[in-house]
Design a protein around this ligand. Structure first.
Ligand code: ATP
Length: 435
């Protein structure tokens, strides 16, 4: 049963995962700032993606391309002419909607009137700005609406310098910008967001096989990181849904509080992008296979995920409420690799002796893990806070610690407690907190 939307949004705000951008000025709609815990969670999601897509593989390398690129890039890719959504405006209440996302395309969801929409207009989603001091049509540049094109335009640079042989991939994580007509559902759809994209270049004959492998690999990634298998599914695009360049697309979808919605698209983009850039730039972006003595334009398999959106899904999926001794316990059962704080160190009281040992234990652990020392409030309330932010382990320093050099380690999920000598603590935690 998916968690109630407001509960998770309130938790995110209350505990400092996500704040409304520019809150002290009334807030900028559809822009969000990630607080201390949100930053860690988002970073962990990106790190896990990078680890599985780049570090653990020898056929994928990384890239960090510029957000501002030559306008020709967007001309060649088709974004300037066709990266748009159908916009309708209600003549009654002036609300604007994205036609393809409306349940009833004849009824305004804002005022409830029917037959009040204007003719749909194609609205380009790219943010436009100017480079340099003069605001003229000659120096228009766009904020990238996806990270993928930065990869295509560097295909030859990367192939040559990293000495890559097909099949190989180029991965990138970074900000993208889309002037969405209807942003919403908290950080699910925003105008500034982060993507995690990888372009996997293959011989056209091997594209179908690589596509199937990537669909499976990506689906598994979410489950491996603790997402409930029943809340995640693969959905194949119908032919009328496919982008004009794609030969096949699967969406990885998550069961959000409002229903199934996209986390990631995995597409066979064929040779569309490289060919478009060859044509527009006049550069040779073909690949020569020496062994086969064959020159061709590679096909591309693209797993394109949203980092911010996926982080939100992990947060929703982890939220659990349990009855413990007649009270409700809220726990974020985040997979330890994603948890913002791995270990909380809590002295039983504020007595200087205990705080001293606490600091020593903290210093011993902080080199390996994101930790938090919390000395305020009752121990029960401190456990509750750590449960609610998903900390897998709490280490309690009590008066016996001063005598026996042992601490109590409490497991977030089972609430079981183990008494562990301080000298064995690192090894104990290392076994339970994978990289
Ligand atoms: P939609 O049809 O929902 O607008 P899309 O299919 O155009 O999205 P892609 O271009 O495939 O999305 O982008 C890849 C991923 O980037 C998406 O699966 C999503 O996780 C993320 N993403 C795209 N747009 C946004 C946005 N406005 N806010 C947050 N994440 C986004």
């Amino acid at each position: 049963m998916p968690v109630d939307f407001d509960t998770i949004v309130n938790l995110a705000k209350k505990r400092g995962f996500v704040f409304q951008s520019s809150e002290i000025y009334g807030g900028l709609r559809s822009a969000y700032d990630y607080g201390p815990l949100g930053t860690e969670l988002l970073r962990n999601v990106k790190d896990q993606w990078w680890r599985s897509m780049v570090r653990m593989r020898d056929d994928v390398v990384g890239l960090d391309s510029a957000i501002l690129q030559a306008p020709e890039v967007w001309e060649a890719s088709g974004h300037l002419t066709s990266f748009s959504d159908p916009l309708v405006e209600c003549r009654e209440c002036n609300a604007r909607h994205r036609l393809d996302k409306l349940k009833d395309t004849n009824k305004c969801p804002t005022c409830g009137n029917s037959d009040t929409f204007t003719e749909p207009k194609e609205f380009n989603l790219m943010f436009k700005t100017h480079m340099g001091p003069v605001e003229s049509e000659d120096n228009v540049v766009y904020l990238r609406p996806e990270t993928a094109q930065g990869i295509f335009i560097n295909f030859e640079n990367v192939r040559r310098t990293a000495r890559m042989k097909l099949p190989f991939g180029i991965a990138q994580i970074g900000k993208s910008f889309r002037n969405e007509i209807t942003p919403g559902q908290f950080v699910f759809r925003t105008r500034e967001f982060e993507q995690m994209e990888m372009e996997y270049f293959v011989h056209p004959d091997h594209a179908a096989e690589a596509f199937d492998q990537w669909v499976e690999t990506r689906h598994k990634w979410y489950i491996d990181l603790g997402m409930s298998p029943e809340n995640i599914r693969l959905r194949e695009h119908d032919t009328d849904e496919l982008a004009h360049y794609a030969d096949g697309t699967y969406d990885v979808e998550y069961l959000f509080p409002w229903g199934w919605d996209e986390l990631e698209g995995i597409a066979n983009r064929t040779d569309f992008d490289l060919k478009a850039h060859i044509e527009r730039s006049g550069e040779d972006l073909t690949y020569f296979d020496q062994e086969a003595d064959e020159r061709f334009v590679p096909y591309v398999i693209e797993p394109a995920a949203g980092a911010t959106r996926t982080t939100f899904a992990f947060l929703i999926d982890a939220y659990t409420e349990e009855e413990v001794k007649g009270e409700t316990r809220s726990v974020l059962k985040l997979e330890p690799r994603l948890a913002p704080i791995k270990v909380a160190i809590l002295p039983l009281s504020k007595k200087p002796d205990l705080v001293d040992v606490t600091r020593k234990v903290a210093d011993m652990l902080r080199d390996r893990w994101q930790i938090e020392v919390d000395v305020t409030q009752s121990i029960g309330r401190r456990y509750r806070r750590q449960d609610e932010i998903g900390t897998p382990y709490c280490v309690t320093v009590d008066f016996d610690t001063l005598e026996d050099d042992q601490v109590t380690v409490r497991d977030r999920d089972t609430m079981a407690q183990d008494r562990i000598p301080i000298e064995s603590l690192t090894a104990y935690l290392q076994e339970r907190l994978p990289a």
